[in-house]
Design a protein around this ligand. Structure first.
Ligand code: AG3
Length: 288
């Protein structure tokens, strides 16, 4: 079988001149629709369970999404001394929301995704990611996250999590100084923001640019954490965290090691390890 046969889902990575292929079941594509914002599709794969794509890019699979969702939430929440009010920008599949609500101290988590269809489709095909949607602390809004951030009351959020697609199209603005400034203003004191920041191997320039832009926006300390994500470009992914009067490089690892909720990837020692940046990436960041 070659990857060009149509029983494989293939995403080609232009920036790395490489690709990922997932073998599909006979049912193959189980859903496809064009929402007002993007094309959303669901496939059944042989060994990765369900696959969701947006505009033909892999967003998540049943098998490996836990790594991404745990790393997008727990390190940021343990970097903040006492997070109560959390906002997720994007994250319409609700996987990040579920992880955030595992923290008993969180009083309110608002998910702001522009596209309601992503959430409705996740409810149908990834119900396990949506099992906290009815938690009384959860609130879902289907509006533009950039605009929301511009208008929110200053100092009203403890942790911001930006769970976006790649920085193309309407997600592009999420990587700019202008957006980071609105995040800084929205954050209380202290406050933490974290954003998915693509592949350390393919996109070190983007990560270095984010460090520069976050500092230019006024954040005090910036850290990139890395983790495997075998279905995303290069199989290696990252998130970048920034602190307002708090150092995300010094998380509450004691509390993390005593956490009273289950995770499948994240734990305190791994959090410490994920903060150690490879030499080439450190150099790229320092050169900016
Ligand atoms: N958000 C990051 C998706 C980036 C994937 N890029 C790609 N396949 N080229 C995922 C959303 C999960 N909540």
């Amino acid at each position: 079988m070659s990857l060009t046969d149509n029983d494989w889902y293939v995403e080609q990575w232009e920036d790395g001149q490489s690709s990922i292929g997932l073998r599909l079941t006979e049912a193959a594509k189980v859903h496809e629709e064009q929402s007002p914002f993007q094309k959303i599709a669901i496939y059944d794969t042989q060994s990765f369970g369900r696959l969701m794509t947006i505009d033909d890019l892999v967003m998540l699979t049943s098998r490996d999404n836990f790594i991404y969702h745990e790393m997008m939430s727990h390190p940021a929440l343990f970097a903040h001394p006492n997070p109560k009010r959390v906002v997720i920008i994007g994250g319409g599949d609700c996987g990040t929301l579920r992880e955030v609500l595992k923290h008993p101290g969180v009083e309110h988590c608002l998910q702001v995704d522009i596209d309601e269809r992503v959430t409705r489709i996740a409810e149908m095909y990834f119900p396990e990611l949506c099992d906290s949607n009815n938690d009384p602390r959860a609130e879902l809004a289907f509006i533009d996250g950039v605009k929301w951030m511009e208008e929110v009351e200053p100092g009203s959020v403890d942790v911001i999590i930006v769970d976006s697609t790649d920085p193309v199209g309407f997600a592009e603005g999420l990587f700019k100084v202008k957006f980071f400034k609105t995040c800084l203003r929205a954050l209380a004191d202290p406050g933490v923001m974290v954003q998915q920041s693509e592949s350390p191997l393919f996109h070190s320039g983007l990560i270095a640019g984010m460090h520069k832009n976050l500092k230019a926006a006024g954040f005090d300390a910036v850290n990139t954490l890395h983790f495997p994500q075998c279905t995303y470009p290069s199989g290696w992914w990252s998130c970048t965290m920034a602190g307002k009067h708090v150092d995300p490089g010094k998380p509450r690892l004691g509390d993390a090691s005593e956490k009273d909720f289950p995770t499948r990837y994240y734990h305190a020692d791994l959090h410490r390890g994920a903060l150690a940046v490879p030499v080439f990436l450190r150099e790229a960041i320092d050169a900016e």
